[in-house]
Ligand binder design. Structure first.
Ligand code: NAP
Length: 289
């Protein structure tokens, strides 16, 4: 039987309605809307589209968004000064520095400079530390989107074997931390694979839930998937005019029980969780006043 296709856009819409309600509640109580400030350097078209989509999603959910657009030649010091200004601005609840940054900028000191309470991407070491201790302040957006997909698709995570292919700070590593923790949509046995993993297919074939976050178009083939597994495809690579995932969708659909498509799978969930984090940051700000 062909796999159930998990519609990430539909799940995202449902969650965004809840987030809009929370944002309206905060606005009514605090007199201001939850406010996300996005910093964009240069004119990379893909980054510009990502930021535009994030801002549109903010507006639709009743959040305020501000774009700080800086020239590609901005220096480390200038960018740090912008981040410091946003940190000090009490009307800003969440700060997002769009990656990748131009070559002359070292990203780590910039991301480390974002105030932890405004770190809606969950990149700051303090927030990563809290996450790894199982007491997260914010959940990182893409991993959290994956977890929400599992919850809304009714996938039983506790006790299952999850194989994650990819160990990046953005996706694979924090997702592993989240799914191995104690909790209803967690308590999994997690194997994290990467480019040096031996016998990758042997591991992925034992996974009840397989998450591909590699950036290698259609790398995961049907024979790498356990029949009846749930397959979550995080990958997005532009190939010509198409956006292609890490999973050979057509063939893997014949083996898996459920699968996310690309696009309309994990992508819409990432932005949704950014909105959720911005509302959470606004509440934290309110509580710290
Ligand atoms: P990344 O930083 O490049 O990490 C890729 C990971 O995949 C690395 O850990 C790498 O291993 C591993 N890998 C690469 N080739 C492999 C292979 N042949 N076998 C096993 N492992 C392999 O990428 P990322 O930022 O995590 O993003 C991954 C993909 O997800 C990209 O396509 C990105 O565009 C997409 N993405 C989508 C969303 C969304 O919202 N849909 C959000 C974020 C990212 P090593 O560590 O050994 O190099």
């Amino acid at each position: 039987m062909p796999a159930t296709i998990i519609d990430g856009r539909q799940i995202a819409e449902k969650l965004r309605a809840d987030i809009a309600r929370d944002a309206a509640e905060f606005h009514a109580a605090a007199g201001i809307a939850p406010h996300l400030a996005a910093v964009l350097l240069g004119d990379d078209p893909a980054s510009a589209v990502y930021v535009k989509n994030k801002r549109l999603a903010c507006e639709k959910a009743g959040l305020k968004s501000t774009l700080i657009q800086l020239p590609a030649a901005t220096t480390q010091g200038e960018l740090l000064a912008v981040v410091e200004r946003l940190n000090a601005d009490v009307s800003v609840h969440g700060i997002l520095v769009q990656l990748p940054l131009p070559k002359q900028i070292h990203p780590q000191p910039i991301l480390d400079a974002v105030a932890p309470l405004k770190d809606v991407d969950c990149f700051h070491p303090e927030n990563v530390g809290l996450l790894s201790q199982g007491r997260p302040r914010f959940l990182p957006c893409t991993p959290s989107g994956v977890q929400q997909i599992l919850i809304h698709a009714g996938v039983k995570v506790p006790g299952s074997h999850v194989a994650i292919v990819g160990r990046s700070d953005l996706v694979g590593r924090p997702l592993a931390l989240m799914l191995m923790q104690k909790g209803p949509a967690a308590d999994a046995t997690v194997t994290v694979c990467h480019s040096r993993t031996r016998d990758l297919a042997q591991i992925t074939r034992t996974a009840d839930i397989l998450v591909a976050a590699m950036g290698q178009p259609e790398f995961i083939k049907a024979e790498m998937v356990k029949p009846g597994a749930v397959v979550i495809d995080v990958g997005t690579t532009r190939v010509g005019e198409r956006i292609v995932g890490d999973v050979d969708f057509a063939r893997v659909s014949e083996v898996a029980a459920a699968i996310t498509p690309v696009p309309r799978g994990v992508g819409p969930m990432t932005i949704t969780m950014l909105l959720a984090n911005t509302v959470a940051a606004a509440r934290l700000h309110g509580a710290s006043q």
